[in-house]
Design a protein around this ligand. Structure first.
Ligand SMILES: [Zn+2]
Length: 298
């Protein structure tokens, strides 16, 4: 496969995969159990989900390692399983995609608020990300995705750890914003401009937003990002905001709704388009079709 950054530089739009949690729950993941344990107990479930997203047209498939950092695993008494859990995650996706899509190493928040507001020690967090990333890179990941970040300092620690531990891999970093009456902020108070600048300064090749919003708000976020960043932009939207219907959580935006906003995302300079919570292979298929139907980026 041609390197991801070359394809972006040549004007290609890259399509990501969709949600994993709901897909894994349908394959035996129980509430309260860390999803990453499935990498060892049910690698065939991981392969199956990866294959569904590959078949839907995703250019990259994320690994089931969002909570696979040492600090997150420690909360479940699984820190000593760091290496097998992360290695198995990459290997399962690699088997499923067989070189037809990039294997994207997912890195999520460590679950601790940084000092002085919480007990998170920056050196420990950075060191933990570096250990996780060394394993993911060694197992054969093609890119790193630092995602669903709300604290810019933590996001920067993760991006910098990726740059050190996996210097050959492109890094995409996305934060999660909420709409407020004063504009978009992460729950930790980070603005879109601060995120764009800080993530790029830390070494991210691609910056953007994932989770927290449906597709329409993501178009607004993308326009704001474009106004303050020269980097290729990534948007991975939820299928709308979750609603409770008859005791079940439902994400209301259909594949067609998501796809209808693809031209607006492209016009805003978004070059990596994928799904987050509530999205399915059908959403990815619709995004892929809308990207294919759009004229190439200028
Ligand atoms: Zn999400």
């Amino acid at each position: 496969m041609r390197p991801l950054l070359e394809r972006l530089a040549a004007g290609e739009t890259i399509v990501g995969d969709g949600a994993w949690g709901t897909m894994l729950m349908a394959r035996g993941l129980r509430p309260g159990v860390p999803p990453e344990t499935l990498n060892l107990s049910s690698p065939e479930a991981i392969e199956e989900v990866a294959a569904l997203y590959l078949d839907a047209g995703a250019d990259f498939i994320t690994t089931n390692t969002f909570g696979g950092s040492p600090l997150r695993l420690r909360a479940y008494g699984l820190e000593d399983r760091l290496e097998p859990i992360n290695r198995a995650a990459v290997e399962a996706v690699r088997r499923a995609v067989g070189g037809r899509a990039y294997v994207a190493a997912s890195i999520g928040p460590c679950g601790h608020v940084l000092k002085p507001y919480g007990d998170g020690d920056p050196d420990e967090i950075a060191g933990g990300y570096a250990r996780q990333l060394e394993i993911l890179a060694d197992a054969g990941a093609d890119l790193v995705i630092v995602e669903t970040m709300t604290d810019l300092t933590e996001a920067r620690l993760a991006v910098e750890a990726a740059r050190r531990a996996a210097p050959d891999l492109p890094v995409m970093a996305t934060m999660t914003f909420d709409r407020t009456r004063r504009g978009f902020f992460t729950v930790m108070g980070v603005t879109i401009a601060q995120a764009a600048e800080g993530l790029a300064a830390a070494g991210a090749d691609i910056v953007g937003s994932n989770c927290g919003n449906g597709i329409e708000a993501m178009v607004e976020i993308a326009r704001e990002l474009r106004a303050c960043s020269e980097r290729p932009l990534a948007i991975q939207a939820n299928a709308g905001l979750p609603e409770s219907r008859g005791g079940a959580v439902v994400y209301p935006e259909t594949p067609d709704v998501l796809a209808s906003w693809v031209p607006a995302l492209l016009a805003a300079g978004v070059r990596v388009i994928g799904g987050c919570c509530g999205t399915t292979p059908d959403h990815v298929r619709a995004l892929r079709a809308a990207v294919a139907a759009a004229p190439p980026a200028r």
